[in-house]
Ligand binder design. Sequence first.
Ligand code: ADP
Ligand code: MG
Length: 266
Amino acid sequence: MPLLAAANLHKTYSLGRVDVPVLRGVNVAVEAGEIVAILGQSGSGKSTLLHLLGGLDRQDAVGEDVGRCKHCGYDLAGLTTLRCPECSKEFFESAASKQGAIVFDNRRVDRFSPSQLDDFRRRDVGFVFQFYHLLPELSVLENVLIGAMVKAGVGYSANAASAKSRAMALLETVGLSHRLGHRPAELSGGERQRVAIARALINQPRVLLADEPTGNLDRETGAKILDMLMDLRREHKHTMLIVTHDEATAARADRVLRMVDGHIVG
Ligand SMILES: Nc1ncnc2c1ncn2[C@@H]1O[C@H](COP(=O)(O)OP(=O)(O)O)[C@@H](O)[C@H]1O
Ligand SMILES: [Mg+2]
């Protein structure tokens, strides 16, 4: 059973009167502990897919929800997994008439309420973006801590000490212990991305979603960031999905999938 999987995802953007279909029935599955790269050209829908998987955006409604297993007829209404529990075959066809599904750890993300989605984004998923998205007025340490504050909400003060020691440990892991009080503007691109990775990991998410994490870095710095992600996975068994338009970046993953014409292929 994959940790994170999606079946038959659709997303179309409307630009004025023109509809631009971006995802046309995407199927993807990531096993726990795996690093998967999704390789695709600019504009192919990689960020859109990552946003859906991480609960930052919703898929389009395209048809009726899955009813019965097409193999054995088991009633799948309300089911939370991608496989039929009766005959254990995958039950999604890529038929456009079926509503897509996103499953994380056996739960249907696409059916989450807004507050369940909030919890999912805070606890289960860590995001890394191409342009870091650090808050310029905060220090390195504060940028990493901000994720823990959001998670704990009003309970933050009770957990402040442990969050701070976790943030400092993460910043040591990414080699930035000597930069705790610096502002993002005082750091290089590679250092900023290392802060962003520490921030993404502060709540110990089960899966890291990285959107072109090396896209704004020179090749050597990008390779170091990838080395670091590999080391982190080795130590902490993180599951990672990395989207990129760069072949060399994708080649570092355990498995490479390609995004072509709104579908994911082999
Ligand atoms: N919010 C939006 N509104 C309209 N079009 C969008 C929006 N977001 C993305 N697009 C379009 O969808 C396509 C895929 O975008 P994106 O997922 O960002 O691709 P990628 O990350 O692979 O470069 C592009 O043509 C882009 O212009
Ligand atoms: Mg993108």
